[in-house]
Design a protein around this ligand. Structure first.
Ligand code: NAD
Length: 484
C-alpha cells in the first residue's frame, strides 16, 4: 500500500525544502495499529542522511533564515499555524491512522500543533537581552542568540504536539532544526514539513529524516555540528542521548516518562474530579508521558472513589481509531505485550474493573482493555514503574504527610494533581510535591501550550512549552564595552 501525504511521497526525507530518497536507499514499513496492516514505506535515514540534513541546516543559518528578523520568523510560524488548521482533516486522518488515536484525540493534537505555531509565532520577537548596570566607563548588555543547529528526536505517542512544542520554539529563536520522528509514526511530521515549506519557511530551516533510533537518531545526537538536542522518549534512550551529547558538550532537554499521581482528599469535589481521575489515565490508551497512573485517595472517600472509577471503567470502549471510542489500540503488538506483561504482574492485586474491547476490533490490532487495580501497595511494581498503557492503580492514604510520602515515592516527577477544597492545603502540597507541574482541582490544564512543562528525577530535565522553552532554545551572550 502506498500513500501520498499532501501530494508528497512518504518514503522520502525532507532536506533543504526538497523531498529526497534516503542515501541508504532503504525503507521501513509503517504499521497501522488498528489492524496490523502496512500503511506505507518510510525512509530509513542513516548517518549520511543526517549529515546532509545538518549541512542544510548550517547553510540555512548563514543564508536567508539566519538573516531574517525575528518578527518575520514569527510571521512565518503564524502562517504555518494557519495552514495546519486549513489541513486539519488530512492531518487528523493521518495521525489517527498512524498512531491508532481515536479521531477526536487526533483532531485535538492538530489544534495543539497550530496553537504552538501561533504562540511561538507571536513570541519570536518578544525575547530580549538586558542592559546591566556595571562599573563606570562600561556599557554591558546581553544578546539572546540561537544555539545554531538543533536536533529534535520525537516519539510516536503525540507526534504533532511534541513537534509543535520543540520545533516551534526552536524556530522562533532562529535555530535551524533537524527532526528525527519516530519510526512507528511519522506521517504528520512529513506533512508538517510540507506545510512549513508552503508557508514560506526558507530552505534548510527545518529538515526531517525518518529512520531508526539507533541509526538516524544516534547519528543526530552524535553529530558535532548539532548544538542542542531536544529528546522526548524513554528513560533508557534519554540517558544514552545525554551521554552522546556530552561528547560534544552540548545541552540537552530530556522529556522522559512519569508515574504521575492525583491526590484526592476527603473534602474533594468528587463529581468534578471523577472524569479527570479516569481520563488522565486512559487518554491516548495510557500512552502519555503525563498520564496519571496513580490515584491516591484519602480513607474517608476511598471506597466511594474506587466504586465510582470502577463504574466509569466498565463503560470504557476500545476499538479501531476510526470508530472514535474512548480508547484506540496501542501503538504496536510489542507495546501490547509490554503492557500485558505489567497487567499479569497484578495477578495478586484486586482488579476493580476493566473496560471492554469491541467485537469489531480486528484480532490483528494491538488492543488492550483498560484495567483498574485497587488497594495497591505503594511499593508494588505497578505503582512504581511506568507502564505506558491504560492501567491505573488506586492507593489509600491517611493524611497529608502520608500522601506526600507516597506521591513523591517513585523515581519520577513529571506532573501531579491535588483535589481538595482546602486552600491552605492546596498551597502546602503544591510546594511539597516533587514534579514539574502541579494542578490544583484539575489535571493537565487542557494541555496549555503557554505552560512550561518538564520533569525532575527520571522524568528528565529542561523545560519545553511556554516562554521558558525560548530560553532553553537560545543562548546568552554578554557584551561588555569599555568606553571610558
Ligand atoms: P523511545 O525512547 O524508544 O523512542 C523515542 C525516540 O527516540 C524515537 O524517535 C526513537 O527512534 C528515538 N531513539 C531510539 N533509540 C535512540 C538512540 N539510541 N539514539 C537516538 N534516538 C533514539 O521511546 P518510545 O518508545 O518511542 O516512547 C515511549 C517513552 O517515551 C515512554 O517512556 C514515555 O514516557 C516517553 N515519553 C515522554 C514524553 C514527555 O514529554 N516526557 C512524551 C512522550 C513519550
Amino acid at each position: 500500500m502506498t500513500l501520498k501525504v499532501m501530494n508528497i511521497d512518504p518514503s522520502l526525507c525532507f532536506v533543504a525544502n526538497t523531498w529526497v530518497p534516503a542515501l541508504s536507499a532503504q525503507t521501513l514499513s509503517l504499521g497501522n495499529p488498528s489492524d496490523g496492516s502496512t500503511i506505507c514505506e518510510i525512509a530509513r535515514g542513516n548517518a549520511d542522511d543526517i549529515a546532509c540534513a545538518v549541512g542544510a541546516a548550517e547553510a540555512a543559518l548563514v543564508g536567508e533564515w539566519g538573516q531574517m528578523p525575528a518578527f518575520e520568523r514569527g510571521r512565518i510560524l503564524t502562517r504555518i499555524g494557519t495552514e495546519v488548521l486549513k489541513n486539519i482533516n488530512e492531518l487528523t486522518t493521518l495521525e489517527s491512522m498512524d498512531v491508532g488515536k481515536p479521531t477526536k484525540q487526533a483532531r485535538a493534537d492538530v489544534i495543539a500543533l497550530a496553537r504552538y505555531m501561533e504562540f511561538y509565532g507571536g513570541a519570536a520577537d518578544k525575547i530580549h537581552g538586558e542592559t546591566i548596570p556595571f562599573q563606570d566607563g562600561y556599557t554591558v548588555y546581553t544578546l539572546r542568540e540561537p544555539h545554531g543547529v538543533t536536533g529534535h528526536i520525537v516519539p510516536w505517542n503525540y507526534p504533532m504536539q511534541i513537534i509543535g512544542r520543540s520545533v516551534g520554539a526552536a524556530l522562533a529563536m532562529g535555530n535551524a532544526c533537524v527532526l528525527k520522528p519516530a519510526e512507528e509514526a511519522c506521517l504528520t511530521a512529513l506533512a508538517f514539513a510540507e506545510i512549513c515549506k508552503q508557508a514560506g519557511l526558507p530552505d534548510g530551516a527545518l529538515n526531517v529524516v525518518p529512520g531508526l533510533g539507533a541509526e538516524a537518531g544516534a547519528a543526530l545526537t552524535a553529530h558535532p555540528s548539532v548544538h542542542h538536542v531536544s529528546f522526548t522518549g524513554s528513560v533508557g534512550v534519554g540517558k544514552m542521548i545525554q551521554s552522546s551529547s556530552a561528547q560534544n558538550a552540548v545541552p540537552v532537554t530530556l522529556e522522559l516518562g512519569g508515574k504521575s499521581p492525583q491526590l484526592v482528599f476527603d473534602d474533594a469535589d468528587l463529581d468534578a474530579a471523577l472524569p479527570f481521575l479516569v481520563n488522565a489515565g486512559i487518554q491516548n490508551a495510557g500512552q502519555t508521558c503525563s498520564a496519571s497512573s496513580r490515584i491516591l485517595v484519602q480513607r474517608g472517600v476511598y471506597d466511594q472513589v474506587v466504586a465510582r472509577m470502577a463504574t466509569a471503567y466498565a463503560k470504557l470502549r476500545v476499538g479501531p481509531a476510526s470508530d472514535d471510542l474512548e480508547l484506540g489500540p496501542l501503538i504496536s503488538q510489542r507495546q501490547k505485550d509490554i503492557v500485558q506483561g505489567f497487567i499479569d504482574q497484578g495477578a495478586d492485586l484486586r482488579c476493580a474493573a476493566t473496560g471492554q474491547i469491541m467485537g469489531n476490533a480486528p484480532g490483528t490490532g494491538a488492543y488492550i482493555a483498560p484495567t483498574l487495580f485497587a488497594d495497591v501497595p505503594p511499593d508494588h511494581m505497578l505503582a512504581q514503574q511506568e507502564i505506558f498503557g491504560p492501567v491505573q492503580v488506586v492507593i489509600p492514604f491517611e493524611d497529608e504527610d502520608d500522601a506526600i510520602a507516597i506521591a513523591n515515592g517513585t523515581d519520577f516527577g513529571l506532573v501531579a494533581s491535588v483535589w481538595t477544597a482546602n486552600g491552605a492545603r492546596q498551597m502546602r502540597l503544591a510546594k511539597r510535591l516533587r514534579a514539574g507541574q502541579v494542578f490544583l482541582n484539575n489535571y493537565g490544564a487542557a494541555g496549555g501550550v503557554e505552560l512550561p512543562f518538564g520533569g525532575v528525577g527520571l522524568s528528565g530535565h529542561g523545560r519545553e512549552k511556554g516562554f521558558e522553552a525560548l530560553y532553553g532554545f537560545s543562548t546568552l551572550k554578554t557584551v561588555a564595552a569599555l568606553h571610558g
